[in-house]
Design a binder for this molecule. Structure first.
Ligand code: RIB
Length: 321
């Protein structure tokens, strides 16, 4: 039954160009790179691919240019089984492009050209786009997009998650509170939590945020230390799985996708965290933002680590066992 659930993700679709190096050049200097690769990116689009690979229906809403990269990125999403019918094409801007500088420890630094992504406007978010959908995810820091998506989704009884990243956190709680109020799941990383919650202590920061904004679940991702969930005033924590890091780009998107899939399947809070940590840990072992795992890989990984009961529960709820 749950196999039919469709998750809509809205936000950026980019071409990511990766350069692996241990040095950042100064002006007029050049440095060597160990490796270069490219592929589809954009938080919201990465999320859509991860959801499709984990076994739920997946739809993406975003905007690309009328150029060859736009064509290529849409084809790539289609080949992953993502519903691309609502993607907007704009002629006045080129498809968004991001240069990702990947360190030898898998860390990332990004230089972003938003381009055609900015073509997505609140008017593009209609009840048509949400037809047949059970959950809406907004991976953007634009308040007007979050507000519109939430208003329409809530009016038809859908659940909503937001991952606004640093652009949203930088606006401050006073500016974003109305947009975030009543969101079901709000994802942020520890840097964003500290900035918004005005505390160096991540738990205290999360509690400060939750005291001022009404969200059902506040998730703070902690990189190689896992993630914490604040829900009903209670903190739950799950460690990340130890893996050799190759490229952390898109790990947060994979985590959010797996957490939303686990939420649609109505797993227990701690199981949702474990499932999402497992998916994100597997993603980190491979290069590129789109190297999120397929369902069978997460299931095998969980079983190998002694989480057979959780693995079975996921398969059951997806109607696959
Ligand atoms: O979250 C990772 C993504 O951020 C990359 O794919 C890049 O496109 C940037 O939007």
């Amino acid at each position: 039954m749950k196999k039919q659930s469709v998750v809509l993700s809205m936000g950026n679709l980019n071409l990511d160009i990766y350069i692996k190096t241990d040095a950042i050049p100064r002006p007029d200097e050049s440095v060597d790179a160990y490796e270069t690769y490219m592929g589809g990116g954009g938080s919201a689009a990465n999320f859509s691919v991860a959801v499709a690979r984990l076994g739920l229906g997946s739809r993406f809403l975003g905007s690309v240019g009328n150029d060859q990269f736009g064509d290529m990125l849409i084809k790539e999403l289609e080949s992953e089984g993502v519903d691309t019918r609502f993607i907007k094409r704009v002629s006045h801007e080129r498809t968004g492009t991001v240069v990702v500088i990947v360190g030898l420890d898998g860390s990332k630094r990004m230089i972003r050209y938003s381009g055609a992504n900015l073509g997505l406007t609140p008017n593009d978010i209609t009840s048509d786009v949400m037809s047949g959908v059970s959950h809406v995810h907004v991976a953007l820091g634009r308040v007007e997009i979050i507000e519109t998506a939430k208003r329409i989704a809530k009016s038809i009884g859908l659940t909503v998650s937001v991952d606004g990243g640093t652009p949203l956190a930088r606006k401050g709680l006073d500016v974003i509170r109305d947009a975030i109020n009543d969101v079901d799941i709000w994802f942020m990383n520890s840097f964003e939590a500290r900035e918004l919650g005005r505390s160096e202590n991540v738990v205290r920061a999360a509690e400060n945020i939750a005291s001022r904004v009404k969200v059902r679940e506040l998730i703070v991702t902690l990189g190689s230390r896992g993630a914490l969930l604040l829900r009903d005033g209670e903190v739950k924590y799950s460690d990340a799985f130890k893996v050799p890091p190759v490229d952390t780009t898109g790990a947060g998107d994979t985590f959010a996708a797996a957490y939303v899939v686990a939420s649609v399947l109505d797993l227990d809070p701690i199981d949702k965290l474990i499932f999402a940590n497992a998916a994100a840990s597997l993603k980190v072992t491979k290069r590129g933002a789109r190297s999120s795992p397929r369902l069978n890989e997460v299931i095998d990984f969980l079983e190998s680590l002694g989480y057979a009961k959780l693995a079975n529960e996921v398969l059951n709820r997806l109607g696959l066992s």
